[in-house]
Design a protein around this ligand. Sequence first.
Ligand code: NAD
Length: 321
Amino acid sequence: MKIAVFSCKPYDKRTLASYADNTALSMTYFESRLSMETISLVKNFDAVSCFVNDDVNAEVIHLLKQQGVHTIALRCAGFNNVDLDAAKSAGIKVFHVPDYSPTSVAEHAVALIMTLNRKTHRAYHRVKEGNFALEGLLGFNLEGKTVGCIGTGRIGAAFCRIMKGFGCHVLCYDLYPSQALIDQGCQYIPLDELYQKSDIISLHCPLNTSTHHLINKDSLNKMKDGVMIINTSRGALVHAQEAIDSLYNGKIGYLGLDVYEQENKIFFEDMSSHIIQDSVFQLMLTFPNVVVTGHQGYFTIEALNHIAATTVDNLLHHQHE
Ligand code: NAD
């Protein structure tokens, strides 16, 4: 089977090749993202493999079908970039990698907490300049603090377990509470109560109509002054401008983001130009108590291997289900 692999960075290629070489799969790797602009690359392929930023809309799917493509093998968990209805009516199968990195993303959320709390991002730059002064770098212990976790699925549950290990009180909110987490000492409470009681709030719910801009001026007003907000889930869970207003007035004391509402434009399209056009994002980066990473929560050796192994398995073994 011939597969066109899109949005394929050199590290993806190395990992995928290590699983696909010496199999019946013949992979052709493209760094560009799949969209109407790049659809002409799809000639004589049976399948395409895509990632989070590929734009697999109805028009693209129609042209994939015309080229004889019968499978889309996503290398990510979410489907939000694929028109599933269009794929279904075109008879194109869509596979994904449902569970590739709960620990990786949960650990990254903790890394953002630790960076903000102990200000290691600022300390490192000082030390590089030969400045060992500690003024402005005062942190606080995590032990005994109250951590609120919104969304306790795979990633949220892994996050809660780590924070319990730090000796935190872990408060949870989810539509479907997990008995396993309750047994481990986590407590489910109503969302407003979680806002009121938490020193740190970490978002691990999906983006949908009910969670869009969940963190906005109204929810922020219910929180403690100086609260730490961590978002490794999806950018649009946080209203960026209202978060900036809350950074100015001190309601948000610390903000750690791995995802950002306009990230398709900022992290992917503008990546090569190194010029950030989004003024709200630029402003965000000027705050010393904000740390932003470029959607790297999943980016570990273990997750890349899991993604590659599952994608190859989907392509090789699940064609007739
Ligand atoms: P999951 O489906 O296992 O868990 C999501 C949980 O959110 C579920 O328990 C669900 O009941 C809950 N939920 C749904 N709607 C809710 C609401 N309105 N309020 C509270 N909880 C709600 O998903 P997961 O694998 O844990 O992934 C969580 C999110 O992490 C995904 O949505 C994805 O966007 C993001 N993610 C980020 C990265 C990264 O690299 N930063 C990587 C993978 C996933």
